[in-house]
Design a protein around this ligand. Structure first.
Ligand code: NAD
Ligand SMILES: O=C(O)C1=N[C@H](C(=O)O)CCC1
Length: 273
């Protein structure tokens, strides 16, 4: 490794064998702005002890997959984490101890998880977003603007579609879009949200923000925000066709976070939106 390469921010990828983990390993190891210093998987995982490149079916990358976050974080400037809520809150405490920037793509986080992330962000930088792509973060801004411009004569529905393996609903992105719509309307999403309609639900309530989730096959991620009025309808749509958009956003966030004060940041901060 050259001296210049040694000065690049060192990145740890958690959940390295996952759909996003593998995409992140490829993105970081191909980057000339960062270096891959460690890869983590859960204890007992078949990849532990193997070179991550070989485990992915490619060339040697010189990084052995480990189940020891403390050791991994001690040599890193950033942790990119797309795993599961319980793992993410534990990583947040350890990343804060190591003063490493923690980039969190994990979705399905509940209030208790978020409180633990806020505690960790007192000591280190956390960048978290339910979607790290440029396109979705622009769509969030557009959603807010359209919701600001229209009144409750327009019913707002967020429809999302993802692959058959996804475990949480509504998706993190759908919730970001719902929050943006609610903010545009000046209401609290928790008070107007309707998800999981089934059976005799009664007519739609005025001012509600509805969510619907489709799961199937290998859909990477699709989101529509529908503003349905009498005689007309606006549909804002984002379609992801490749997970590199999330990995590129996460790496950008890890680099951006290097010069920041401890605290919680979003992709809107990273992208200057
Ligand atoms: N924010 C975004 O842009 C974005 C984009 C895609 C996916 N996601 C989210 O990222 C998360 C992961 O998605 P995925 O499709 O890659 O899932 P996945 O199931 O393919 O991968 C998750 C990986 O995390 C690993 N893991 C779980 N607990 C662990 C632990 N304690 N230590 C180390 N590794 C652990 C699992 O073994 C698995 O390999 C989900 O919450 C998903 O919604 C977010
Ligand atoms: O594949 C997933 O899981 C995705 N999760 C994020 C979400 O919940 O919105 C982003 C899109 C892909």
């Amino acid at each position: 490794m050259s001296e210049t390469t040694m000065t690049l921010p060192g990145i740890v990828i958690t959940g390295a064998s996952g759909r996003m983990g593998q995409m992140l390993v490829r993105t970081v190891s191909a980057s000339n702005q960062a270096r891959l210093v460690a890869c983590l998987e859960r204890p007992g995982h078949a990849w532990i002890g193997q070179d991550v490149g070989i485990a992915m079916g490619g060339p040697v990358l010189g990084v052995t997959v480990s189940d020891d976050p403390l050791e991994a974080f001690s040599k890193a400037q950033a942790v990119i984490d797309f795993t599961a809520p319980q793992a993410t809150v534990e990583f947040a405490a350890l990343a804060a101890q190591a003063r490493a920037v923690h980039v969190i793509g994990t979705t399905g986080l509940e209030a208790a998880h978020l409180a633990r992330l806020s505690a960790a962000a007192r000591h280190a930088v956390i960048v978290r977003a339910g979607n790290m792509s440029l396109g979705v973060n622009l769509l969030v801004q557009l959603t807010r603007k359209v919701a600001e411009a229209l009144d409750a004569d327009f019913d707002i529905e967020v429809v999302e579609a993802h692959h058959r393996h996804k475990v949480d609903a509504p998706s993190g992105t759908a919730l970001m879009l719902g929050e943006a719509a609610a903010a545009g309307r000046g209401v609290n999403l928790a008070e107007v949200s309707d998800s999981g309609r089934d059976g005799i639900t009664g007519a739609r309530g005025r001012g509600r923000i509805g969510f619907a989730a489709i799961r199937g096959g290998d859909i990477v991620g699709e989101h529509d925000v529908i503003f349905a009025g009498e005689g007309e309808r606006i549909v804002l749509r984002h379609v992801a066709t490749d997970r590199t958009i999330f990995a590129r956003g996460a790496l950008r966030a890890a680099l951006w976070g290097q010069d920041r004060e401890p605290g919680e940041y979003s992709m809107a901060d990273v992208l200057g939106l």
